[in-house]
Design a protein around this ligand. Structure first.
Ligand code: C2E
Ligand code: CA
Ligand code: CA
Length: 913
């Protein structure tokens, strides 16, 4: 690559060198051509200037010849005709002026100018009249000499072929000689004619002159012939010269044949005319020859000028050509350079592209390596899939995660998979469950497109989300379930029941509100750990009591709810009873019996209900009713209960102020011994007279007071007043006073830490012996409270206070229970005693309870004895004591003495055996 680059660069360098060489060569060639042309031009210019000078010389010679001719004409007139013609003189002056003013000859020789000046001087001194001929002859002589010089001058330059020079020589030298010698000869002859004698010397002179002329002519002719040979034409000149030769020949023969002086004289005249014709033909030849030579010179000059111009043009052309070539070379070099640069740029670009591609490939290789590493070592399972969901490739993690890898296990069976390749979505996430390993996976499937953006394949990334899923399930479960019992919570219950409210399945549906009686006491007495176990147990009992389709939940604390579906109402109530029975079973915890009881309220689902809360509220109301009313442990809601609730609210509000407003008072009901027939003791009962509510039964307000936590101060008030009253009686009736007083006590009071001490203090304060006090505790509550033998009851027993178990028979009526607690008295609930017909309501139960009490060794008091018959029968059955309206209603303390007497007046058989 680098080599290619450098070759590109060197090519550019080579181009530059080639350009320089070509330019130098071109310059040299142009220089040589220019030099050559310049030389040629110089030569040509020289030649032209010579030609010009030749033409000038010719023109000058022509003027001199013309001057000589006019001078000769003047002399001839003066010599032969004796007249002084002013016309000839004028012509001479004009010719001389012409000659003098001629300055066409460049560098006209000084000598020539001097001679012209001498000639002009001589001309000016030529006199008129005598002496004029001689003077003119002198001027002619000078002018003729000038002609020689001029001819020398005009023949200065030899033309290349010499023809023109020969012609010039003939024209300016030989022909003038011809004319002059003939002229001289004519003059000799004329003089001889004038003198009348032709001497031999004259004749010889004339002959000599003629001979010389003939010689000059021959020479001129020779020159001409040379020129004609060279030139190959000039026939006209030939004719001219031929006529001159003929005239000369005639002249010569006349001279030769004229020996006689007379003849000679006459002949001299004719000779003169011959001479004139010779001169005339010479002069004609002059003109012709001058014109010919001039034409030739003009032609030559023109030719030379053409050549010169051509040469100059060639020079300019060659320079221009050279310049153009240089420019062209430069341009072509530049073009080449530009092309080379472009090529270079292209090369560079291609190289860069190749380099980039190489880099990309390297980067790709690295990326691929990274990708492969990432792919293989990924903690996420990765699979590559085709359009049909076929698994093309997987990483090792995927294999570790999945027992088998198929389309389903990597999410390719998801509904969105098709949409992915349809281009509707770029990725989706789905959950995959593998039953074999009970594992959940989250597959994120993404589309991979090719360069054309067309869907190519999909990548599925699999994460094990089992933990997360289980955690989420746990959270969901925790959010909807009670942690302790594992039962669904209130929210869950509401949701479950709520979702079924809209439907109307056959049969009936009911919500059961289940409340564990006195559960708080269990917690208080045994601690929360035991309380928790009791709740768990209750939940289990509940669950096992309902039918499969039913739904049980813990609402909180000791409250549970059940959603029951049944054929009819009776079916639901049956379930409620079953629940009651299950919860009444004895629970043994750490070797200790714990007795639990529950109150259940039932609300049947009706269309009038808008929400689960409303149903629950009514079930709660019914539950409360069950708790406070009679034997039944459950109650079905009816509208009147709602009134009870509002009544309860009103009563609760007033109850809080009852104590401080002094609205309570005590009443006393006698307890009569069936053996002696006398009053053994009095049971103290609380009465509440409210200004607006009127008389409120303890059956109604005692549970409320317990609920509201008011039972403790109320209980103290009762005990204090009762003790005070008993102390009063002890003082007032020292001999007839009852053996003791019975005070009803709520388990919640006994559960108070300071209860025993408080009782002790009260007894001491009023001066009452512990044995003179019996505390009555209701059977059901004492069982539920789980008060233990080591507890307050035992301690009360220890200090001598009597203990009675009240309302016996309504609770568990367990022998074990009786043995477990230190009770002295068992009070049979009045529901077993007061029958409608005046007999015992349930003699069997009473009998059973009596034998039970006997077995354990406790005294029995039957409550609610209203008739003599009941009293009689109880005595027969062996009941020790009785209590009831028959013997005396609860009365105010003031009326107690009267009661004493009335009781003692009862029929003996009803009392004593
Ligand atoms: P209890 O302890 O069983 O009291 C006896 C109840 O039976 C009294 O009702 C009494 O008036 C009623 N009674 C007595 N003889 C007959 C009879 O021959 N026939 C009928 N039908 N009833 C008879 P009372 O006074 O309404 O008391 C109801 C309950 O209220 C008591 O039942 C007792 O559990 C509770 N109670 C009353 N006073 C107090 C109190 O001072 N403290 C506590 N903790 N509870 C009290
Ligand atoms: Ca009682
Ligand atoms: Ca009772």
């Amino acid at each position: 690559m680098t080599a290619r680059l450098s070759s590109t660069f060197s090519r550019v360098r080579d181009d530059r060198a080639a350009f320089a060489t070509a330019a130098i060569i071109l310059c040299a060639v142009v220089l040589i051509i220019t030099g050559f042309l310049s030389t040629k031009i110089a030569e040509q210019e020289a030649r032209v200037s010579l030609t010009v000078r030749e033409r000038e010389g010719l023109a000058y010679t022509t003027r001199i010849i013309r001057t000589v001719r006019t001078l000769r004409a003047l002399r001839d007139r003066l010599e032969f005709e004796g007249s002084d013609s002013s016309a000839e003189r004028k012509a001479v002056s004009q010719a001389l002026d012409d000659l003098g003013s001629f300055d066409g000859v460049s560098g006209r020789p000084f000598e020539l100018s001097k001679r012209v000046a001498v000639l002009e001087g001589q001309w000016e001194n030529v006199p008129r009249g005598p002496g004029a001929v001689e003077a003119v002859g002198a001027v002619l002589e000078t002018a003729s000499n000038l002609s020689d010089i001029a001819s020398d001058r005009s023949s200065l330059v030899a033309d290349p072929d010499g023809s023109t020079a020969a012609l010039i020589d003939a024209y300016s030298t030989q022909l003038p000689i011809v004319a002059r010698r003939i002229d001289d000869a004519k003059l000799v002859l004329y003089r001889a004619e004038s003198s009348g004698t032709l001497s031999d010397s004259d004749r010889v002179a004339a002959a000599t002159l003629t001979g010389e002329s003939r010689q000059a002519y021959s020479s001129a002719q020779g020159e001409f012939e040379n020129a004609a040979r060279t030139l190959g034409d000039e026939p006209k000149l030939d004719e001219q010269f031929a006529s001159v030769g003929a005239s000369l020949d005639r002249f010569a023969s006349i001279i030769d044949h004229t020996r006689d002086p007379v003849t000679a004289r006459t002949r001299a005249r004719s000779l003169r005319s011959v001479a004139d014709s010779v001169i005339g033909s010479v002069e004609t030849a002059y003109d012709e020859l001058g014109a010919t030579i001039g034409g030739r010179l003009d032609d030559r000059h023109a030719a030379e000028m053409r050549l010169l111009l051509g040469l100059r043009g060639g020079l300019v052309l060659s320079i221009a050509l050279g310049a153009a070539l240089l420019v062209g070379l430069a341009a072509s070099m530049r073009r080449r350079h530009v092309r080379a640069l472009a090529r270079q740029r292209r090369d560079l670009e291609r190289l860069e592209a190749e380099l980039a591609q190489q880099r990309t490939l390297e980067a790709l290789a690295v990326t691929e390596a990274h990708f492969r590493a990432a792919f293989e070592r990924s903690s996420i399972g990765v699979a590559i899939l085709d359009r049909d969901g076929n698994v093309l490739r997987t990483n090792s993690r995927m294999h570790r995660m999945m027992e088998s890898i198929d389309a389903e296990s990597v999410g390719a069976k998801a509904v969105d998979y098709g949409r992915l390749f349809a281009g509707e979505i770029e990725s989706f996430t789905t959950e995959v469950y593998r039953g074999a390993s009970d594992a959940w996976f989250e597959a994120t499937v993404s589309l991979v497109r090719d360069d054309d953006h067309a869907p190519r394949f999909a990548i599925s990334m699999l994460k094990d989300v089992t933990e997360r899923k289980k955690l989420a399930d746990r959270f969901r479960h925790e959010a909807t379930h009670d942690a302790l019992s594992g039962l669904p919570n209130r929210a869950c219950f509401n949701e479950h029941v709520g979702s079924s409210l809209g439907t109307t399945p056959p049969g009936v549906r009911a919500v059961l509100f289940i409340d564990i009686d006195e559960f708080k006491l269990v917690n208080d007495s045994f601690g929360h750990a035991v309380g928790d176990r009791v709740i768990i147990w209750c939940a289990e009992q509940l669950r096992s009591s309902v039918n499969p389709g039913d739904f049980v939940a813990r609402l909180g604390g000791d409250e549970f709810a059940a959603f029951i579906t049944g054929r009819d109402r009776e079916h639901v109530e049956e379930t409620a009873r079953r629940i009651c029975d299950a919860l009444s079973e004895t629970l043994v915890l750490d070797g200790r019996d714990i007795f639990v009881a529950a109150s259940i309220g039932i609300a049947f689902v009706a269309e009038s209900y808008a929400s689960v809360e409303e149903i629950l509220r009514d079930a709660d109301t019914a539950m409360y009713s069950a708790k406070t009313g009679g034997q039944q442990r459950y109650a079905v809601f009816d509208r009147s209960m709602r009134e009870d609730v509002s009544r309860r609210v009103a009563v609760s509000v007033q109850l809080r102020r009852a104590l401080e407003r002094n609205q309570f008072h005590l009443v006393y009901q006698p307890v009569v011994s069936l053996k002696t027939g006398i009053i053994d003791s009095f049971e103290v009962l609380l009465r509440w007279e409210h200004p607006d509510l009127g008389f409120v039964s303890p059956v109604e307000f005692i549970p409320l007071a317990e609920e509201l936590g008011l039972i403790v101060p109320i209980g103290r008030f009762v005990l204090d007043r009762a003790c005070q009253q008993f102390a009063q009686w002890k003082r007032d009736f020292p001999n007839q006073r009852p053996r003791c007083i019975s005070v009803n006590t709520s388990v919640r009071e006994i559960a108070q830490n300071d209860f025993v001490d408080s009782v002790r203090e009260t007894l001491d304060r009023h001066g009452i012996e512990p044995a003179e006090l019996v505390l009555e505790v209701t059977e059901s509550t004492v069982l539920a409270s789980g008060l233990s033998s080591s507890g307050p009851l035992e301690r009360l027993k220890a200090i001598g206070v009597g203990l009675a178990i009240d309302d016996f028979g309504t609770g568990f009526s367990s022998l074990r229970y009786l043995q477990q607690f230190p009770f002295d008295v068992l009070k049979i609930d009045r529901s077993f005693v007061g029958g409608e017909d005046g007999n015992l309501a349930s003699e069997a139960i009473v009998t059973m309870l009596l034998s039970l009490a006997e077995a354990v060794g406790v005294t029995v008091t039957a409550e609610g004895v209203e008739t003599a018959e009941q009293a009689r029968r109880l005595r027969e059955l062996g009941c020790a004591e009785v209590q009831g309206y028959y013997f005396g209603r609860p009365t105010r303390a003031n009326d107690v003495p009267e009661v004493f007497y009335r009781v003692s007046e009862l029929p003996p058989k009803a009392i004593a055996s």
